[in-house]
Ligand binder design. Sequence first.
Ligand SMILES: Cc1cc2nc3c(=O)[nH]c(=O)nc-3n(C[C@H](O)[C@H](O)[C@H](O)COP(=O)(O)OP(=O)(O)OC[C@H]3O[C@@H](n4cnc5c(N)ncnc54)[C@H](O)[C@@H]3O)c2cc1C
Length: 403
Amino acid sequence: MTADVPILIIGGGIGGMTAALALARAGCTAHIVERSPEFGEIGAGIQLAPNALRILDGLGVLPELAELAVHLRHLVLMHAETGRHLTTVDFGEPFERRYGYPYTVMHRGDLLTVLHQACRADDRITLEASRDVTELSDDGGTARVRFADGASYECGAVVGADGLWSTARTLISADRPVCQEFVAYRGALPARDDAMPTGGNGVPAGPDDEIIWIGPGKHLVQYPIRRGELVNQVAVFGSGSYSREAELTDRWGTPAELDQAFAPCCDPVRAGVALISRDRRWVMYDREPLDNWTTGRITLLGDAAHPMVQYLAQGACQAIEDAGCLARQFTRYDGDPTKAFASYQAERIPRTALIQRSARIWGQIWHDDGSVIPLLRDRILARRGPDDYTDLDWLYQDQTEAS
Ligand SMILES: Cc1cc2nc3c(=O)[nH]c(=O)nc-3n(C[C@H](O)[C@H](O)[C@H](O)COP(=O)(O)OP(=O)(O)OC[C@H]3O[C@@H](n4cnc5c(N)ncnc54)[C@H](O)[C@@H]3O)c2cc1C
């Protein structure tokens, strides 16, 4: 089977679907192929900062998202072991005035559902599930994509939005994901008093707040999702039993290590961790930034292009920014993919590389087990006021205005 596809998007995740929507809104025709039998996401939460909401607003999906999301009031940073309050970021009126949007958290499944419905409602977008891309090539005039079942498509342009283990990226780089030797256990559970330490136990946080508990070699993130009906928790820790040989097995970063890592923590943290499902864990990977994402008519987007550790909560936000930028470049170059891709990566690589590197550093600052860095960190954090956004501007401000 062959088909002519103007723009093929590999991967129906947050990046792929947002890219299809952005390109369609710019007048292009896009076809999404997704390996899984369904377009969906696992049952955990996702944080969407103003830089992502700005793009999603332009695509017209904010009202649907707002119905299912929670607009946070504060981010409260606490010490996981001592239970000491470190700092608070006010996400209220001064934040919205500065960045134009609230800080939003939601269920990943809800986000994917809204994006999927918006894609299906747009005549310029078609979607196919159970389509596993195994091979790509570019002959200068067209790009060819082959599937596991032997079918192939000839495409005017291809966007590889196929995630951390991207097949499209193998055409551009021989690198592999870098294991950070940390794992996450995460999940959403019904909001109950014992699930979210709100206000009690000396924790200065309410039901619409996110709490991040940081400490040596670990952290726990807690926030409400789905209109506050569920609480999302992510417990992350460095594993002492990692080895290169065991990397792709589940012999390290085990549930027993999770309990051991959080054993020295204060009561609210241990109570939260005790409620997290042990069924599945996520290994923390990123990659070194690339200085090129494109070959001919094929480019990369989202985690395929710039996977990062999640400590700045920007992986999906950056995929969404990529989508907005790509569509702008298609408009600017009247649908010429090679010109659009060159301009897209020139704009996006410096920013995403900085965020990839900063996310690693932010993790080191959170997890440091020495005496100097935590002391300095805590003093700097204690000095800032809740509405001091100096260190957030570079992430959340409008990049098109800034450039
Ligand atoms: C614990 C954790 C917490 C996080 N929290 C946040 C957060 O709060 N905010 C934030 O912005 N980011 C967060 N992230 C990062 C975020 O999840 C990712 O950056 C984002 O999901 C990337 O989206 P994507 O569409 O690029 O890739 P993916 O979500 O990985 O989607 C890729 C899609 O491509 C499909 N695919 C793969 N290979 C093929 C193939 N060969 N053929 C066809 N289809 C294929 C996959 O099935 C998948 O559907 C977090 C990550 C982790 C691990």
